[in-house]
Design a binder for this molecule. Sequence first.
Ligand code: ATP
Ligand code: MG
Length: 650
Amino acid sequence: MDPDRVLEGLDPEQRDAARSVRGPVCILAGAGTGKTRAITHRIAYAVASGIVTEQQVLAVTFTTRAAGEMRGRLRALGAPRVQARTFHAAALRQLSYFWPRVVGGPEPTLIDSKLQVVGRAASSCAIQLDRTGLRDVAGEIEWAKVTQVRPTDYEKAVTKAGRTAPMAAHDVARVYEAYEEMRRDRNLLDFESILELAAAMISEHPEVAQRIRDQYRYFVVDEFQDVNPLQKLLLDAWLGDRDDVCVVGDPSQTIYSFAGATPSFLTRFSASYPHATMVRLVRDYRSTPQVVRVANGVLRHARGAAAEHGLELAAQRPDGPDPSYTEYDDEPAEASSVARKIAALMDSGTPAREIAVLFRTNSQSAAYEQALADTGVPYTVRGATRFFERPEIKQAVHTLRGARHGADSEPLVTTVRHILAPLGLTETAPEGREARERWESLAALAQLAEDVVGERPDATMADFVAELDARVATEHAPEFEGVTLASLHAAKGLEWDAVFLIGLTEGMLPIIYAESEDQIEEERRLFYVGVTRAREYLALSWSLARSPGGRKSRRPSRFLDGMRPASPALAGDRAERRRQGTVMRCRVCGNTLTEAAERKLARCLDCPADYDENLLESLKEWRSRTAREQNVPAFVIFTDATLRAVAEHV
Ligand code: ATP
Ligand code: MG
């Protein structure tokens, strides 16, 4: 492709970035400013200009989905053979290539169930852990490994990092040591040791280092604000003494520091490489001005690196709808209302894949899965139970591996469907949440077979199984077409037309165990990531009680303070009115109205019916009734003047 054509569709700063073909280059910019787009075009530009070949490029992305999207864009830009992978996938590939050729001996295999090994390690130390305990300790071991802390140093490191260990730090260190021993004895690899081993292989085997450095000459790393020391170690091993690397990131989106990532590799990039080209992008191409305003509002309150770099966004897109802020009485009411709004969006033409429901913890997902299933909306859950750990998928992969030869007389997709049918892949989706989930994951496998055949019409069962194995190793789950349900962590780098940020209460966002200022700041950045995923439609919501009739003890997230539009006409203190129980309710369904709805006195957003024209009269009626119920004079609730102002306003 003509290099100049590759630059089309970039703004002047993005072009500068793309034309800075020699590293080191650092693009530091806010969400939606086109960082990922700029580096993708930069790669294509370097290839089109003949500066590098496609095979010499290694682009590292944060998730397999991001890698897939980048490969798709590169294909469209005339560079289909560029490798875009996660750190893990790239390391795994290098290990599986060089291990038998250079290192020799039995090849390590991937851990099947990490929690099981952690559990055995704990038992060997006479420590009993329940499932939550196991997860917590596994998380600590992960943190220690990515920050390069050995078991003997764990206690000291935990104190220094200001972390709260899930049990006595001394015990975590013992389990960590036992876990590593067991893992090595059994020749097992966990996620972290894939990176460790790849880096060690490069540093201990000069011929491997030589081969890798001969091949890769052009490195690009996206989401660099969330790189951890172990990933940095591997990147440095790839680079050797060269500095042809381009990194891209946004300090305001650092959301993995709890897991050992640090934005300082990004923010100190120019200190490490004083001759680096630094690029700033400020135009936000993703979101409407209404969404950008919310994002900038979140940033204004941020502290630390996010604030120092002042990455205020300048909206480029035309106006869109105002973000909505909705308070519900309880969680099921919130979930069913969101499901109805999603169904309405789909009815008005927004495809399901362009809609996402984002939450802080995976435990919040179930109510939405149920509500969407009840409403008949297809959905797919990201980052919950890992796809390849689902029992039906384990069984399916096992069966497919065992199926191989002779069946090739029939088309691959038909064979795959036949094999999956007894596991629950019926023609149409069954009723009930569990059966439906099972069906959807099997359907995703069948869809994957179709995709493989789409790319290679002569693909055989062996090809399909090879594709599956590669995906199992890198946890690259196939996509199912539907509304996305995802944790905020799993949503980074992605975008949707419509985003519902749900469950925004104190205790959920910020999460209850976020106590220190640093932890609260990380929660704020998570909120920022969530807000900036929306292109057009952003709905923020929370509920006051867990279940219908339950105690309304929840408070809206502090991150919403000052964000919900204030109303001059209804200047009365809403919090105070809520305390008095005089918050307005929708006349049709009885739901509490949001401040925005109160201000406009529009109908409750959930209700199809409108208010009647005799607004003032009905307002007065509502006021007298409430006053009677509350046993207070009517003017305490609203004066006549206020009601008139409101009625005129509408
Ligand atoms: P994040 O920080 O969330 O990862 P980002 O900075 O990587 O965001 P991109 O995903 O590259 O941003 O771009 C955001 C959206 O804006 C994408 O839909 C992209 O195609 C679009 N976009 C980026 N640059 C331009 C441009 N110059 N003209 C038009 N659209 C653009
Ligand atoms: Mg990006």
